[in-house]
Design a protein around this ligand. Structure first.
Ligand SMILES: Cc1ncc(COP(=O)(O)O)c(C=O)c1O
Length: 396
């Protein structure tokens, strides 16, 4: 599907639909009239086949207890194999109502209180919370960047792991918010380090399908023919790919039997294993029929990114906008123009836009913003205009 057709068929206003992104602006940002470009969901209806599948399940009229049916496994496993080359065995799969919830379970299941868990920052803020809220020691290793291109500082990462006796590493691949799609050699180096220090890896691959031309997502579990898969738990979901976050479906893939046993024993203590029948119905249809929709979505995101980048850099060439290799979240360093302490005043009060602030992802990132590109071009055009019109003269 092309960009125009996608927009015509799927774009929709979400105001007054109890949308966190739009209808909680007053509560979250203190101003209900901002243009919402924060939390990671979209102003697009899910693929028509998803809506049809859910409607037909609703028409049956019964919403009793359910289980994960065979054709669900088949649809998801095919998607992973065909798109990402990961051959998953049904026995390895578990489910949760959200990846963030699952992160808390992993920390509880696989580490003891006060043991260390590592993350590469700046990173999606619930990674920080899942470690801190469970009373573990958070070890952050900053990515290094040059002109907005982020890389892993492998030496520091290994040093931090060794010094803090890290037990678990939570990886973000592709990486939210810096937009990197990690290359094979980068993933391999990370896994070698984790193996040397016997660190378990949770690889959050929720953005796996949102990858742009010239880049390829590689599941960590298939690096070097699956050499490291016994120490990897992969999490994925249809929620980012097909805009289904509210349906609460996510996958946990654990190839190693002993890790599965530990996981199952933990999950028994919280007795949280049920699935949502409408969520699974919609997700199955998305994996079976959503490719064309996804192609249209990616075209919209790419074009929105180009518009934002060209407009902003045309007016303010010293802004630093990270290359968008994957995800639909663009990461912008405003510090050449905005005093970092005044970011909120600038973007919210002057520009009227709700974004995710850099310091949510790392204490070092005040003055950065994350803008959600998975929306109608008219919003991106408005945001670009607001930013260029309100940018002050350079401050440094
Ligand atoms: C890296 C990453 N993991 C997890 C999530 C959220 O997952 P869930 O809604 O399944 O908890 C997001 C949402 O933006 C994300 O970017």
């Amino acid at each position: 599907m092309n960009k125009q057709e996608f927009i015509e068929k799927h774009a929709i206003s979400r105001k007054n639909t109890n949308s966190l992104k739009w209808d909680a602006l007053g509560e979250r940002f203190g101003n209900p009239n901002l243009t919402a470009a924060w939390v990671a969901d979209m102003e697009f209806k899910a693929p028509q086949q998803v809506l049809d599948a859910i409607k037909s399940r609703v028409d049956h009229g019964v919403f009793g207890y359910s289980f994960v049916w065979d054709s669900y496994y088949e649809a998801f496993i095919n998607w992973e194999r065909e798109r990402h080359g990961y051959a998953i065995d049904k026995e390895w799969m578990r489910f949760s109502t959200g990846i963030v919830t699952a992160l808390y379970w992993f920390v509880n299941a696989f580490t003891k209180p006060s043991e260390s868990v590592a993350i590469l920052t700046p990173v999606y803020y619930p990674f920080h919370n899942a470690v801190k809220d469970t009373g573990r020691n958070l070890v952050t290793c900053e990515l290094i960047q040059e002109n907005g291109v982020y890389e892993i500082d492998f030496d520091t990462f290994e040093k931090q792991i060794a010094e803090n006796d890290v037990k678990l590493f939570i990886q973000c691949s592709p990486h939210n918010p810096v937009g990197r799609v990690w290359k094979e050699d980068e993933l391999k180096k990370v896994l070698e380090i984790c193996e040397r220090h016997d660190v378990l890896v949770v690889s959050d691959e929720i953005h796996q399908d949102l990858v742009f031309a010239g880049h390829k997502h590689i599941p960590s579990a298939i690096i070097e023919g699956g050499k490291y898969s016994d120490r990897i738990i992969t999490v994925t979901a249809p929620s980012k790919t097909f805009n289904l976050a509210g349906l609460l479906v996510s996958h946990i893939i654990i190839p190693n039997e002993q890790l599965r046993k530990t996981y199952d024993e933990y999950v028994n203590t919280v007795n949280q294993t049920e699935v949502n029948v409408l969520g699974m119905t919609g997700a199955e249809a998305a994996y079976r029929h959503g490719s064309d929709w996804l192609e249209g979505l990616l075209a919209v995101i790419e074009s929105n990114y180009k518009h934002l980048k060209d407009t902003l850099l045309g007016a303010a060439p010293e802004l630093i906008i990270s290359p968008l290799e994957g995800t639909y979240l663009t990461w912008i360093d405003l510090r050449a123009y905005i005093n970092p302490q005044e970011t909120k005043e600038f973007i919210q009060d002057k520009c009227g836009v709700a974004i995710d602030f850099g310091e949510w992802f790392s204490a070092s990132c005040q003055g950065f913003i994350r803008i959600n590109l998975a929306t109608e071009p008219k919003f991106i055009e408005h945001i670009s205009k607001q930013i260029t019109e309100h940018l002050p003269e350079k401050v440094r």
